[in-house]
Design a protein around this ligand. Sequence first.
Ligand SMILES: Cc1ncc(COP(=O)(O)O)c(C=O)c1O
Length: 361
Amino acid sequence: MNSITPQPGILDIAPYQGGASHVAGIENAVKLSSNENPFGPSEAARTAFRKAAFDLHRYPPTDHGALRAAIAEVHGLEAENIVCGVGSDEIIAFLCQCYAGPGSEIIHTEHGFAMYRISALANGATPVEVPERERVTDVDAILAACTEATRLVFVANPNNPTGTMVGEAELARLADGLPPQALLVIDGAYAEYVEGYDGGAGLVAARDNVVMTRTFSKLYGLGGLRVGWGYGPGHVIDVLGRVRGPFNLSSAALATAEAAVRDTAWAERCRAENTRLRGWLAEALAGHGVPSDTSLANFILARFADADEAAACDAWLQSQGLIVRRVAGYGLPACLRISIGDEPSCRRVAHAVGQFKAGAR
Ligand SMILES: Cc1ncc(COP(=O)(O)O)c(C=O)c1O
């Protein structure tokens, strides 16, 4: 017998469930369950990755200087206000580790990204779920939920898995209304999909209580490499830099992400194709009696009559070699989240949903 126990909160964590990638008995199933870029990384990024193979015996730079400079240049930001992490998941984890702990509260929205709750619990903090209004972030509900214990407020914009977003004026109102000890984190994992949207960078620059997180996993097609970043006021970047491991990003990840962010033409092509196919798929699904909110991201949250219908449609899609995401764990049992694939995948999924609605099982 021993009395070895984990820290408070750890055993309350339900481990994160990633999107499935295989269906038993089906070869080459189409994966539309993890919001990945179906076109993959740009050729420049692939070349940078291959080149990095020759220097793998060297430790990577610790300051991420070249990648931060490239991000700053492309997005019009200050390099010294950027911190890079192993996916934006790591930036979320740093924020919870640095600003929350036992006795503090971390607010996330009703259908917010699962890692906010996991990171809160991992640090002994209390996650507080705030209702959304018809699957859209409700700023008034968040402000009403703030207490003296609130340290962090996470808002994904656009949100996953709803695909909806709120405007800059709403987020500014939220930042301005927070208690003085609380930091607003705008999670911009899908910000690049929104034409002309800065992901919250303007709010960060104008305030000292706003941080933005971003990722290379979505538009840049580098989910497998694990690179994300945060942009924040100097006092926050200084704090996060103290807990960040010196070699958290590999040299291959740094070089590939730098090439990816500089290839703005590829990013633009992927964004435009996503917008085109997202509109087409939403309309096709609606035509089959499956509505969705207007999505600003690289997925659609398809709404079914009830949880049974959503589960039956998911099973039918799987039988057709199409893997989408069940989102009951996000409080949306009657919905399926469908990532925007390439054109043949979008056509296949629309066709299969149509067959299902016409009675196929
Ligand atoms: C809203 C949101 N934030 C953050 C992430 C984490 O992305 P990554 O750690 O790959 O950068 C995801 C991934 O799905 C997401 O949907």
